[in-house]
Design a protein around this ligand. Structure first.
Ligand code: CA
Length: 219
């Protein structure tokens, strides 16, 4: 299980990395919010431990960016703030759990084990909508049990749409999932990927909401 640890307290980060690694997790550690956002855009870990008090941007901004990439990825917030308001706003914005500092490492491990069970169900379940199945672990897509060949970016577009089925994905949000900051992107790039995807998928599987974006209806 890959854990992305976003924490600027070096001593705490080192201690957590050591313990989690010892327990069999693969830990990537970042100390800054902006780097963390870039990192989740490139690749999603299995779960995230996120400190709310980061030096460059508010941890809540990082949480929002994570939720743009995935509505399912388990996120545990760490915070020194003890006010109920912070807790509620974190959970409102899509955190799965919350741990106030200082905490016992055992408590953190217990929460992550809950995440782990969920993450492996997610990973192995695959996503099926209508006749289309997408398997994130193997990067395979099939239509009516026949494998279809997608480019890496086509796969990412389809994954974003299927993971967020029933919700509109704007062109901007799709672009931000496919390309990193500062990368030059032609204005019609997403349309081109959608065009190619449609040729490989059932009719009307991806619907266009003119001027807004794209949606896959949740069957
Ligand atoms: Ca901090």
């Amino acid at each position: 299980m890959q854990v992305l640890l976003i924490e600027d307290d070096t001593a705490l980060a080192e201690a957590l990395t050591q313990t989690l690694t010892h327990k069999g997790f693969t830990v990537n550690h970042l100390a800054q919010g902006k780097l963390a956002i870039q990192s989740v855009k490139m690749e999603l870990p299995d779960m995230i431990v996120l400190d709310l008090g980061l030096p460059d941007i508010d941890g809540i901004e990082v949480l929002k960016a994570i939720r743009q990439q995935s509505s399912e990825l388990p996120v545990l917030l760490l915070t020194a703030r003890t006010s109920l308001e912070d807790k509620v706003s974190g959970l409102d914005r899509g955190a799965d759990d919350y741990l106030a500092k200082p905490f016992e490492v055992d408590e953190l491990l217990a929460r992550l084990r809950v995440f782990e069970r969920r993450a492996s169900t997610l990973k192995h379940a695959g996503l099926t909508i209508g006749t289309v199945t997408l398997d994130s672990a193997s990067h395979q897509v099939s239509v009516a049990d026949k494998a279809v060949d997608l480019s890496r970016r086509e796969f990412m577009v389809l994954k974003a749409l299927m993971e967020n089925a029933g919700r509109v994905q704007t062109r901007d949000s799709l672009e931000s999932k496919l390309y990193s900051w500062g990368e030059e992107v032609a204005s019609n790039t997403i349309e081109v990927h959608i065009h190619h995807l449609r040729k490989k998928l059932p009719d009307n599987f991806i619907q266009t909401l003119r001027g807004i974006g794209y949606i896959i209806k949740s069957s």
